[in-house]
Design a binder for this molecule. Structure first.
Ligand SMILES: [Fe+2]
Ligand SMILES: [Fe+2]
Length: 369
């Protein structure tokens, strides 16, 4: 996040010039959009490729507006140096995807079938509208509003900074529902002395995976104080809302998350479209190397480590969340086993669900019988 309190502590004439070059376009953009506040939501994008010899960040008072050097990028999340431990691999290894699987993902929409489906969907649409408003996304940057969940082309692309604001904020709350659902089912199993039938791990893994998306995004841009405050407030509200909602109706909550994930697939498909179009100067560059944390987590093969490749992985993850949550919403919450981790016997090919490929999720008859 850029704090626009242009500081008394700007360090040198060179830095003043850099500051001016950076801030002016953002301010004009904010003025042009008619909103004063979106500008303060912008992030400093971390340009670790094109600043190889840049030793320091611009000084904004006490806050570094980070145009991070290559060496600093590796230190965004430094591992604690201990005498015995050499490496801490992820507890949930990523299952991995083939390129065909990732390319087969498409934005999609499950038509609401009940009143509660409709309410869940409208709530998500409202949240998207509010997010667009707060981040200063004007009509020319919006996609065809008649097909908001599937159209990906807009008159004007988002900037990399706008993308980062969106991704960091959304991923910080996307990791909440899985943790709440997993926690409540875990507690339910403990207090009711009952089995859970495989839901807990899938839900916790989903929240872990969302947190990995966030950590990767944080290596690309550095949130400032306002963004951090918004994330903190949003988590306070969202966690409690999810907690109550999951207690009252896990079915509706999974549907709500399914619709949220539809938006995530849509968002990342649009980002892919803009990267492939060459609309984003840094991320469209095939020489842009994604951070190590991403390479390790998704085990991204050599030669497949561009920003486009990274977004293909993240989008496929979101498609899995979408299919899983829509499907879980269709099941009997207290008695049905989790079909995604179940062993099917002879009918495995026919009935074992493949979440990523079914935007609207599986109906109960298809996977439980
Ligand atoms: Fe995500
Ligand atoms: Fe997701």
């Amino acid at each position: 996040m850029i704090s626009f309190e242009a500081s008394k502590k700007i360090c040198s004439p060179k830095q003043v010039a850099q500051l001016s070059r950076t801030v002016s376009p953002l301010l004009s953009q904010a003025r042009a959009s008619g909103f004063g506040y979106p500008a303060i939501l912008r992030l400093a994008t971390v340009d670790h490729q094109s600043w190889p010899s840049q030793q320091s960040a611009l000084c904004f008072g006490r806050h570094n507006f980070s145009t991070t050097s290559a060496s600093r990028l590796q230190d965004v999340f430094p591992a604690k140096d201990t005498p015995f431990i050499r490496r801490t691999p992820p507890a949930w290894a990523h299952p991995g995807y083939t390129e065909e699987e990732m390319l087969a993902v498409t934005p999609g929409h499950r038509r609401p079938k009940t009143v509660s489906d409709w309410v869940a969907w409208k709530l998500i649409r409202f949240a998207r509208w509010a997010m667009d408003l707060v981040t200063g996304i004007g009509p020319e940057q919006q996609v065809d509003m008649k097909n908001p969940t599937t159209a990906v082309a807009a008159e004007k692309p988002l900037t990399e900074a706008q993308w980062l604001v969106r991704i960091i904020f959304l991923e910080s709350i996307a990791g909440v529902p899985g943790m709440v659902g997993g926690m409540l089912r875990h507690l339910h199993s403990l207090r009711r002395l009952k089995r859970d039938n495989g839901w807990i791990e899938t839900l916790l893994e989903e929240s872990y995976n969302e947190r990995m998306h966030l950590l990767v995004a944080l290596t690309l841009g550095k949130p400032g104080l306002l963004m951090k405050t918004m994330i903190l407030g949003a988590q306070g509200v969202y966690f409690n809302a999810m907690f109550l909602s999951y207690l009252v109706s896990p079915k509706i909550t999974h549907r709500f998350v399914g619709y949220l994930e539809e938006e995530a697939v849509h968002t990342y498909t649009r980002l892919l479209h803009e990267i492939e179009n060459g609309d984003l100067p840094k991320w469209s560059n095939p020489n842009f190397k994604v951070p190590d944390i991403a390479v390790t987590y998704w085990r991204m093969p050599e030669g497949k480590r561009t920003m486009r490749d990274l977004i293909l992985y993240i989008r496929a993850d979101e498609a899995v969340h979408r299919g899983v949550n829509h499907t879980l919403s269709n099941l009997k919450q207290k008695e049905d086993p989790n079909p995604f981790v179940s062993v099917y016997g002879d009918s495995e090919k026919q009935h074992k669900p493949k979440a990523a490929l079914k935007p609207e999720g599986y109906e109960r008859e298809e996977v439980i019988g």
